[in-house]
Design a protein. Structure first.
Length: 116
């Protein structure tokens, strides 16, 4: 059964509230954020919310959201990729190649899945 439509105006505050709860030195996947916000299956909406927010200043730790493979979801050659990786490293998150271990650094929030 398809999910009922939800507007960005309704969803974004829910998404941002969850992202603000990710602790320093931890990461979460787009799908995990969607699930925790009550929007299961809407990982792409989380990505769109972050893109539309444009970083939203220091109160939104956007850098703690990565894809389900443990990778930063931005082009490696972009300034935003470098900034996100630098912020995570500054918080003590270590990369293995271009991945972050969810086992070690994943936000353990209830039963929210890492993957959709």
């Amino acid at each position: 059964m398809p999910s009922k439509p939800i507007t960005a105006a309704d969803a974004y505050p829910l998404i941002f509230a969850v992202i603000r709860r990710i602790p320093r030195g931890k990461v979460a996947s787009y799908a995990q954020i969607a699930y925790a916000a009550g929007l299961p299956g809407r990982a792409r909406m989380v990505g769109r919310a972050l893109a539309d927010a444009g970083g939203a200043g220091p109160k939104l730790p956007w850098h703690r959201v990565i894809n389900a493979q443990g990778r930063i979801a931005l082009p490696r050659s972009s300034e935003a990729y470098v900034e996100q990786k630098s912020r995570l490293i500054a918080e003590g998150v270590l990369f293995e190649g271009d991945r972050v271990s969810f086992t070690r650094y994943g936000w353990k929030r209830g039963s929210a899945p890492v993957l959709d």
